[in-house]
Design a protein around this ligand. Structure first.
Ligand code: FRU
Length: 498
């Protein structure tokens, strides 16, 4: 039965969603049907099709009582719109259906596992949430909330665990036949932890162990966990709040963290290394899916709580997802590359090889705002150039700059002049692996975003931009002299959204 609250959201999105023209949206990044989008939820395959749900407030371009929006994709690039899946319509989720995951049940139904938030008051009269884990079961379009919700609450927490910060279950069906879920929690000391639960049917759950906890080292509360084996290692990802930077690794505020280590059912998770996941300005709450062909694919909210105030006036949608990325682990580091399906949408190739750059140049055929371009920069001789700048989304007033300094080994993404109305942080620098002055940058532009994949996916930096679409120039500039190869494809998409 569709509740009144959910029906209202469905009516609203089908009435007003179609008013937003395709030209006001990215060509291939997922956006909300209307209104506000944050975290990806329930990124999973169901009956052979890939579903993506998302944190959704259809009624405004601001965060509000959380619903789950719903998309389906055949190639991670075209997004078919389905009606909103969940609305806050029960006592236990009256303040919002927060983030979670999805899994196919053995009987062919789809289970959504999410955080139900109920709002009350603490002893000082201040508003305080209670967070529990809940499920809804359905057929890929309509979902019924389980009569015995919540399925995990305060009594399922380890000692000292917080009922205020207990959220974002990521669920999977393990090859051992059980269902598992990892959930973010705050410990008695105020810092984050990831809890693991097991179930035989997806409905009755038991606590297994605390997988890892941060002891206030990598931020505080750990949100939106995911946990999966990859290339012989075990990967735990999470989005910590209140992070402090360590050199250029991590940035202050809401960051992302990838812990790579080992896992055994008896000994638990042993962490061997820690790194940021994306080094740009707009990236949070990533979630992965295991595709039927064996690829582990990650998508994230291409935004951040710290940047979410900066939006165009009166925009009718706000929030978009990153380009889905194929993951692997190499030399103990997470490697991310665009989904290979992107190559199917490449138009004509423009290629320039061994072009000397000294000062600022344009190259014939190199411009546009929806494209896939790889630039390799090399020194001309034994001496290094001082810096190299690629400017994209450029006109007389605007530019988004990607700058490399080989002496420092730093790459900087700068969207100061990229159409954003708020004076928030607009630059981010990252350390890249020194390679004698050579660097390879794959730059994906899609109208309102720039995603830079460094040295075949060793690092990624993502940022949204709101530069007017006519600003399509691209230039290359060296301080000193450098030589570049540029290979560029326009990306060509037919629109099919409903
Ligand atoms: C992360 C997050 C989650 C929560 C959701 C609420 O961005 O804060 O922890 O479930 O957003 O919309």
């Amino acid at each position: 039965m569709t509740s009144e609250t959910l029906q209202k959201a469905r009516d609203f999105e089908s009435q007003y969603g179609p008013h937003i023209p395709d030209s006001e949206r990215p060509a291939f990044h997922a956006t909300p049907t209307i209104g506000w989008m944050n975290d990806p939820n329930g990124f999973s395959f169901y009956k052979g099709e890939c579903h993506l749900f998302y944190q959704y407030h259809p009624y405004s371009n601001e965060w509000g009582p959380m619903h789950w929006g719903h998309l389906k994709t055949r190639d991670f690039l075209h997004w078919e719109r389905l009606p909103a899946a969940l609305a806050p319509d029960q006592d236990y989720d009256s303040a919002g259906c927060f983030s979670g995951g999805a899994v196919e049940l053995p009987d062919g139904r789809q289970l959504l596992m999410y955080t139900g938030v109920q709002r009350g008051h603490n002893a000082d009269g201040f508003i305080q949430d209670v967070q529990t884990q809940c499920v809804a079961i359905g057929d890929g379009v309509n979902y019924e909330k389980w009569g015995d919700n919540p399925i995990l609450d305060g009594k399922d927490l380890p000692e000292g665990g917080s009922t205020i910060d207990f959220r974002d279950p990521k669920v999977w069906h393990d090859p051992d036949g059980s269902f598992y879920a990892v959930v973010g929690n705050r410990t008695a000391g105020g810092s984050g932890a990831i809890l693991m639960y097991r179930s035989t049917d997806g409905l009755k759950w038991e606590f297994v162990r605390t997988l890892d906890s941060c002891h206030n080292q990598y931020g505080k509360m750990w949100e939106c966990p995911d946990f999966f084996p990859m290339d012989g290692r075990q990967v735990l990802i999470t989005s910590p709040q209140e992070m402090s930077p360590v050199g250029l690794e991590f940035h202050a505020g809401n960051g992302t963290l990838c812990l790579i280590g080992e896992y055994g059912p008896d000994k638990g998770f042993t962490r061997c290394s820690a790194q940021a996941i994306d080094y740009g300005l707009d990236f949070y709450a990533p979630q992965t899916v295991l595709a039927p062909d064996g690829r582990r694919i990650m998508i994230a909210w291409m935004q951040n709580w710290d940047t979410a105030k900066a939006k165009p006036c009166n925009c009718r949608w706000f929030g978009q997802m990153t380009l889905p990325r194929e993951l692997s682990v190499k030399n103990g580091r997470l490697i991310q590359n665009p989904v290979r399906e992107l190559e199917n949408y490449r138009g004509a190739r423009v290629i320039h090889r061994n072009i000397p750059v000294c000062g600022e140049i344009n190259l014939p055929g190199i411009q546009g705002r929806v494209l896939d371009m790889t630039v390799t920069v090399r020194p001309t001789g034994p001496g290094l150039y001082r810096w190299f700048r690629i400017r994209v989304a450029k006109d007389g007033e605007h530019e988004t700059i990607i700058r490399y300094r080989p002496d420092q080994g730093t790459l900087k993404l700068d969207r100061i002049r990229s159409g954003l109305p708020h004076d928030i942080v607009h630059t981010r620098s990252l350390l890249v692996r020194p390679q004698g002055g050579e660097i390879k940058l794959r730059i994906i532009l899609d109208r309102f975003s720039v995603e830079v994949f460094v040295n075949d996916g060793e690092q990624v930096a993502s940022a949204v931009i709101y530069t007017r679409q006519s600003a399509g120039a691209i230039t290359f500039e060296a301080g000193g002299s450098a030589v570049i190869d540029v290979e560029k494809y326009d990306l060509v998409f037919e629109r099919e959204e409903g």
